[in-house]
Design a protein around this ligand. Sequence first.
Ligand SMILES: [Zn+2]
Ligand SMILES: [Zn+2]
Length: 303
Amino acid sequence: MNFELTVLGTGSATPTLNRNPSAYLLTVDNEYFLIDCGEGTQFRLLEQKIRHTRLRHIFISHLHGDHYFGLIGFISSLNLNRRTEDLTIIAPRGLAEILTIQLKHSETILHFKINFIETNPDKEELILDHPLLTVETIPLHHRIACCGFLFKQKQPKRNIIKENLPENFPIPYILQLKEGNDVFDELTEKTYKVNDYTTEPPPAKSFAYCSDTAYNELKISQLQGVDTVFHEATFTETELARAIKTNHSTAKQAAMIAQKSNAKQLIIGHYSSRYDDLTFHLLEAQEVFANTHLAIEGQVYKI
Ligand SMILES: [Zn+2]
Ligand SMILES: [Zn+2]
């Protein structure tokens, strides 16, 4: 049972040669969920050997370019690769209009359908109910409409102990056991007890993505007990005034949100181009919340 985050882009608005703009890939079982799609994200997906057929959902937090300028290039490439499967894009109002006009003037006819789901920056809402997970929006405080996303895995099914099962055990019976039910076989009049043939499933995991945002405690109640929170840390405390002015956060503030939310793990990213060395981001955050990690491009984090 996979639940992990691949970091594709950790930069912010201005480009640098060693960091890419925002993009993160959540893997749940064999399904991919792309979160933000900054310029060049399709190249990062190629580097990571991500199979596009397993990607059906893209989440865009807000319409600052460092979070979505990679989208039209990626969609065009999917089309050239003859994608036919639907793609769902969850994003603020305006993105459908932007993409439609880009496709119109390049006279591109897509071979696949894009379903747009509009986020509402003013309230938390369930935005996706998927067989593997649910996703809620997290209203964030930024210069334009912006939502984070709270991914909550659905309770995984019990694990089958294959070696304990008789040969050719019927699949409907296996499904019943995975659901946690004993199975009575009428032919043999034997009862298969769920505890003899399965083990407890791992607990359901949760992941919160919070970028971009000023320090704001309103989201803390929604994030209570989350397993992993990604929080932007554009600046360190030496640039607190700039963080406040631009509606961004410092590493310390990101850690305060993780601590007050009783999160188990914090990943920080969305670093300003003024920083080459991220040691101070890490130290500053760890002083408040010890289990903090820097988002490093190409790395995979267990949630
Ligand atoms: Zn940004
Ligand atoms: Zn922004």
